[in-house]
Design a protein around this ligand. Structure first.
Ligand code: NAP
Ligand code: MG
Length: 403
């Protein structure tokens, strides 16, 4: 059988620890036998980032801008212990944060659904994708512990020196807490565009929710900007594809999400998205079954697993002990990226291959072949727990028998 060819490369971003081991198995067993893989390769493992003073991370992000599609392995975000472990020159920032800042992207997280893992929320049968606005609000705030009675004020001085606002926030008679936070129109508009584009590209409805009834300026601005972007830039396309943009108060959204069957994108402000993505992930079963894609407003895509480098398993692996690490999310990052590459290049064979590989992986689990983390979640009579490589080889077996 001849291999599928690619006209344009994909940006391949390797990473650390157990996910780096999985990376090689996936390529060796599930991709290279079928695809004449063309990638531009960036090694973001911690030693390489240290060697290049983290310039490799910037270069990888620039490459995604150039080629529009990338796939990334999980990477270590160093802390003090890692600085010592790897003898680093300094404590580098999170590569995901660096890449996100360069691409100005929004992160979409979606669960991988298999029929034998029942979500804890009964009506959910289709994935719910959370789009989190990863900028501003309490993540970039100034906050204080108020130690004594006194007056808290908020003041805004325009660039020309004119004081536009000077308001009392609260007259404290006792100790308390105080916070000031912000967001920016251009960031909110980018977020809106990324959400509308992603809805169109995945043919799903888009929901958006804030607390606009209480926060009549802050949250209401989010609501208004989304509506404006929708009407001006996306309404016609949404209507052509029979898609809906639906805004509702966050309380109402939460209630509706619980009763829904899923199959839509839920756009959330930064804090809401942080919390709701963990809720959705655990309600669907496992972090190891959660994919993540960074989409920039100008249409660049970076696919990855939502989980980290699975350090505990890696240390077992280093000691020569057997591991049973779930490779689904990393595999779906690869298939997601290859599918997007295929779509952009009109390469139907590549799209078909990626869809078939995803189907083979789902069938593997639905036939009872699982990694250890899924053993207690899967509702099947007979299950077989495989090791890390064995699970990937089983997917290959199913793939090879499929038409
Ligand atoms: P983690 O790698 O997601 O793993 C936490 C635990 O979740 C694991 O110990 C394992 O539980 C379970 N788990 C996660 N993925 C799994 C998989 N594919 N298969 C089976 N079990 C899985 O999080 P962490 O241990 O907090 O972080 C490790 C490193 O990853 C850190 O250095 C962190 O900076 C980095 N990180 C990177 C990213 C990224 O690149 N996107 C994201 C998060 C964290 P058991 O041990 O109970 O089996
Ligand atoms: Mg969270």
């Amino acid at each position: 059988m001849s291999k599928i060819t690619m006209s344009t490369p994909l940006v391949e971003i390797n990473g650390d620890e157990m996910t780096r081991i999985i990376w090689d198995y996936i390529k060796e067993h599930l991709i290279l036998p079928y695809v004449d893989l063309k990638t531009e390769y960036y090694d973001l493992s911690l030693p390489e980032r240290d060697k290049t003073d983290d310039q490799i991370t910037v270069a990888a992000a620039e490459a995604i801008k150039k080629y529009r599609v990338g796939v990334k392995c999980a990477t270590i975000t160093p802390n003090a212990q890692r600085v010592e472990e790897y003898n680093l020159k300094r404590m580098y920032k999170s590569p995901n944060g660096t890449i996100r800042a360069i691409l100005d992207g929004t992160v979409f997280r979606a669960p991988i659904i298999v029929s034998c893992i029942k979500p804890f929320v009964r009506p959910w049968v289709k994935p719910i994708t959370i789009a989190r606005h990863a900028y501003g609000d309490i993540y970039k705030c100034q906050e204080f512990r108020v130690p004594t009675s006194g007056k808290a004020e908020i003041k805004f001085t325009a660039e020309n020196g004119e004081v536009l606002y000077n308001e009392t926030v609260f007259d404290f008679k006792t100790p308390g807490v105080l916070m000031g936070m912000y967001n920016k129109d251009d960031s909110i508009i980018s977020f809106a565009r990324a959400c509308f584009n992603y809805a169109l590209s995945t043919k799903q409805d888009l929901w958006f929710s804030t607390k606009d009834t209480i926060s009549k300026k802050y949250d209401h601005t989010f609501k208004d900007l989304f509506q404006e972007v929708y009407e001006k830039e996306y309404k016609a396309d949404f209507e052509t594809h029979g898609l809906e943009y639906f805004y509702t108060l966050i309380d109402d959204a939460v209630a509706r999400v619980m009763r829904s069957e899923g199959g839509f994108i839920w756009a959330c402000k930064n804090y809401d998205g942080d919390v709701m993505s963990d809720m959705v992930a655990s309600a669907f079963g496992s972090l190891a079954m959660m994919t993540s894609v960074l989409v920039s407003p100008d249409g660049n895509f970076e696919y990855e697993a939502a989980h980290g480098t699975v350090t505990r398993h890696y240390y077992k692996h280093l000691k020569g002990e057997e591991t049973s690490t779930n490779s689904m999310a990393t595999l779906f990052a690869w298939t997601g990226a290859l599918k997007k590459r295929g779509e952009l290049d009109n390469n139907q064979a590549l799209v078909d291959y990626a869809n078939k590989m995803e189907q083979a992986a789902l069938t593997t689990i639905e036939s009872g072949y699982v990694t250890k983390d899924l053993a207690s979640l899967v509702e099947l009579e007979n299950i077989h727990i495989l090791n890390t490589e064995g699970f990937i080889l089983k997917i290959k077996e199913f793939f090879d028998t499929m038409a």
